[in-house]
Design a protein around this ligand. Sequence first.
Ligand SMILES: NC(=O)c1ccc[n+]([C@@H]2O[C@H](COP(=O)([O-])OP(=O)(O)OC[C@H]3O[C@@H](n4cnc5c(N)ncnc54)[C@H](O)[C@@H]3O)[C@@H](O)[C@H]2O)c1
Length: 309
Amino acid sequence: MTRIVITGGAGRLGRSLVAGLADAGSEIVSLDRAHPAGFARDGVATVDIDLSDADAAASALRDARADALIHLAAIAVPFSAPEDVILRTNAGLAASVLGGAVDAGIPRIIAASSPTVLGYGAPTGWAPDRFPLDEDTPPRPWNAYALSKLIIEQSVQMYARQTGDAVRLASFRPCYVIAPEEWAGAPTQQGHTVRERLDDPALSAPAVFNYVDARDVADFCGVLLGAMGEIPNAETFFVGADDALAREPLAELVPQYFPGTERSAAVLTGTSPAFSNAKARRLLGWSPTRSWRDQLVDAPASESRKALA
Ligand SMILES: NC(=O)c1ccc[n+]([C@@H]2O[C@H](COP(=O)([O-])OP(=O)(O)OC[C@H]3O[C@@H](n4cnc5c(N)ncnc54)[C@H](O)[C@@H]3O)[C@@H](O)[C@H]2O)c1
C-alpha cells in the first residue's frame, strides 16, 4: 500500500486530495497547522505542525516513512499577506518541505505551483503571443505569490539536479480550484459563489476563466504518482477543466479584459478554456471528468454539457 504525506491536507484542495487518495487505497499522513475535529479516519493520520520550522518538518517527514509527498501547504492567495511574508513563507516551505522530503528518502515528490506564474493581471499589461496557454508559455510573475510558485517549480528542478533519477519529482499548476461543496453554493477562494463567477465575467476574468474540480486534481495526483517512474523527471503540468468557467466563448471575453489579445484569443471558440491540459493527457493519460456544466447544483438545462456539445 502506498503511503503518501500531504502537506496542507486540511486546506481547500488538500481535503479532496486526502479523501480521494485515501478512497483509492493509499495511506495518508496529513501535515498541517491544524486539522478540524473528525478529520482523521481509517487510513488517514494527522500531524499538527508548523512546516516553516525546518527541523520540525524534517523530523515529521522522516517519521512518516512515506513512499510519496504532495506539497500543498502555502499562503495560497495573492496579496493575502504582505509581499515579503508571502515570498518568504512559500519559498521557505519549498526548502523545508521539499528538502526535508529528499533528506528523508521519500522517492516521489510532487509540489503545487500555480497558473499565476504566467503573469496575467500585471498592471503593465499582459498579452501572450498565443492561446491556449500551456507549459511552453514563458512565465512572467508580477507579484510575490506568483514568484514564490515559480521558485517552487525551480526548486523541483533543483532537487532533480541534486539527486538525478533517484528521486522522481514533478510540479503542477492547478487552475482555480472548486471544492465539492462549492458547487452547491459555498464561497470559492475569492469569496464569491461559482454561480456569481459565471454571472459576472469580471469575477472570473482575473483567473482568465480557468477552474478545476478539486476531485479531478486528486485523480491527477494519483495518476501522476503512478507514472513518475516512466516520464521525464521534474516536469510541470497544467491541471485544468476541459472548458472555461464562462457562459460566453473566451474569444469574446478575453479581449475585453486583456487588451491586445483580440487576435491570439480568436482560437478560443465555443467552450474552449484558455489553459491547455494536453500535456497531462499526452504524458499521463489523465483528463478531467467534471465540468461546471454538470456539477453546478440547479444549473438550468440549457447549460448542460449535452446542450453545448
Ligand atoms: N485554490 C486554488 O485555486 C489554487 C490554485 C493554484 C494553486 N493552488 C495551490 O494549491 C495549494 C493548496 O491551495 P488551497 O487552495 O488548498 O489553499 P488553502 O489555504 O486552503 O490550504 C493551504 C493549507 O496549508 C496550510 N499551511 C500553510 N502554511 C503552513 C505551515 N507553515 N505549516 C503547516 N501548514 C501550513 C494551511 O493551514 C492550509 O490548510 C497551495 O500551494 C496553492 O498555492 C491553489
